[in-house]
Design a protein around this ligand. Structure first.
Ligand code: UN1
Length: 498
């Protein structure tokens, strides 16, 4: 039996929990359990399922601080951000509790007499959801809440960096009234998950796959789902650009770039990838940004810090590998060192004991150009690129050229620039005078190109992921009326002219 220790990334000696990892056979068995429970759940009237979501929301609200403290302990988010993560679950429940009383279909006129056309949203069946550790409560809820509300059962494979958080969150769903077998959590590593999912799909146990994570793994999941004639809901990486025009409020842009680039230690899929500065303000913006990053407070996530540790040692390792991508023509700014913060590689103003955990220096890499490794590599850590452009057309080309398309941002006081950028940027999400991260929980969330397959989460748009339209025609004429053929023609005078 394989087990996994979940460490506190601020203090690696603190083992938050130890979990048993499921084999691929167990992944299949758990999926079958959820599959078998789905019809009974679908037969619960949608408004009653909505009440369950309301109860879950209220329970999470009542446990908000305890859950947020666990988020801070297990994945190292600053406590204020952990509260935000949990708040996003509450917001999602609040949004969907009413959907139980809507889940609207349509009545549609028929082309024939004594016949009525209707549409219904039907649950898809069982959803298999795989989530990442950076938003260990919010992002799972984007899938789980609407999936359940729509009458699906859910198998949830949370990140191996967040088993205690996911167990706590699942227990709140169960305490709120979701039957145990309708929401099943499995802790497993990547390969057991993939093999288990493959076997479950082949056995007809899964009708929807949801995945949040890297583009590389998303491609494999998308291919697998495609072989079973399913389209997965994929929320993948980003290389989110921020374009700063010469007419921008630079203080605002610096504030947005500081939070967007280094909040959550850069470990959001919406984190700022490269800041593109217009030639006219390049030096000024770089100077102000470097000063802001140099004086940012990093350290113990229970304190008022900009960011805490990396999610786990593996995230630090990847960040260090990404630092090796810095090219000779680029310059590094932002801290007293790069890579891991330690007593020997200290960070000015660090709060706490850096050696106990996996903390990283913030790094701005100046001189990014199209074609550089850091131009199109998602770094998912405290590393922000800084580059220049001459006009808006060039900025748009740089913003789109790497092929990712999740989030984007422009700082400008010109409505014309904002509008031109909006209409041509390829990202699924755009902020105008706001940072790339921090989407609200009731707008469509998702990306294009390498950032996803066009699926959208959140708000009413996610209903299309977890329901399928059923069209009904109901004929009470007592005879067979053939569509397109038995339709009354009303005479018209085709030759009429004034
Ligand atoms: C993610 O990083 O996977 O927009 C989600 C944001 C958050 C969600 C990020 N509300 O930054």
């Amino acid at each position: 039996m394989q087990t996994l220790d979940s460490q506190n990334p601020s203090d690696l000696s603190d083992i938050v929990t130890t979990v048993t990892l499921a084999s691929f056979e167990e992944v299949v068995a758990q999926t079958r359990r959820a599959h078998d429970a789905q019809p009974a759940w679908a037969s619960v009237p949608a408004p009653a399922r909505g009440r369950v979501i309301a109860q879950v929301g209220r329970l999470i609200e009542a446990n908000k601080e305890a859950l947020a403290a666990l988020v801070t302990r297990e994945v190292g988010k600053p406590y204020a951000e952990s509260l935000g993560d949990v708040q996003e679950v509450i917001d999602t429940c609040d949004f969907f509790l009413g959907e139980g009383r809507r889940l609207y279909g349509q009545t549609v006129p028929s082309e024939m007499h004594d016949k009525q056309l209707l549409t219904y949203r039907q649950p898809v069946g069982t959803a298999f959801i795989i989530t990442a550790g950076n938003f260990p409560t919010a992002v799972p809820s984007w899938y789980i809440v609407p999936a359940l509300l729509c009458g699906n059962s859910v198998v949830w494979k949370p990140s191996e960096t967040a088993p205690a958080i996911s167990a706590a969150l699942a227990s709140l769903f169960h305490a709120g009234g979701v039957p145990q077998d309708v929401l099943v959590t499995v802790d497993a590593l990547g390969e057991a998950t993939f093999d288990g999912l493959e076997a479950a799909l082949a056995a007809g146990l899964v009708q929807k796959v949801g995945f949040t994570g890297s583009t590389q793994v998303g491609r494999r999941i998308g291919e697998l789902a495609g072989r079973h004639l399913q389209s997965a809901c994929l929320e993948l990486g980003g290389k989110n650009p921020m374009v700063v025009m010469p007419d921008a409020d630079l203080d605002l842009a610096v504030e947005g770039a500081l939070f967007g680039g280094f909040g959550t230690a850069g470990q959001r899929c919406t984190s700022l990838g490269t800041l593109w500065a217009h030639n006219d303000i390049y030096d000024e913006l770089l100077g102000r940004y470097v000063a802001a990053v140099e004086s940012a407070i990093i350290g113990d996530p229970r304190e008022a810090v900009l960011y805490g540790p990396m999610i786990s040692p593996a995230y630090l390792e990847r960040h260090e590998q990404n630092l090796a991508l810095v090219a000779d023509h680029q310059k590094v700014h932002g801290s007293t060192g790069t890579g891991r913060i330690t007593a020997d590689n200290p960070r000015k103003g660090f709060v706490g004991n850096p050696d106990a955990g996996v903390f990283a220096h913030p790094t701005i890499v100046e001189g990014i150009r199209a074609g550089d490794a850091l131009y199109d590599t998602e770094t998912f850590g405290p590393l922000v690129g800084f580059g220049r452009f001459g006009d808006l057309d060039e900025a748009i080309e740089l913003a789109n050229g790497h092929g990712y398309g999740l989030s984007s941002s422009i700082y400008t006081t010109s409505p014309e620039s904002a509008w031109r950028f909006r209409s041509r940027v390829s990202a699924g999400m755009l902020s105008i005078n706001n940072s790339t991260s921090g989407a609200e929980a009731h707008l469509p969330f998702g990306g294009n190109g390498k950032s996803g397959n066009g699926s959208r989460q959140s708000g009413m748009w996610v209903l299309d992921q977890f329901t399928r339209w059923q069209s009904v025609n109901w004929d009470w004429s007592g005879k067979l009326q053939k569509a397109q053929m038995d339709v009354a023609d009303l005479p018209f005078d085709a030759g009429f002219r004034l």
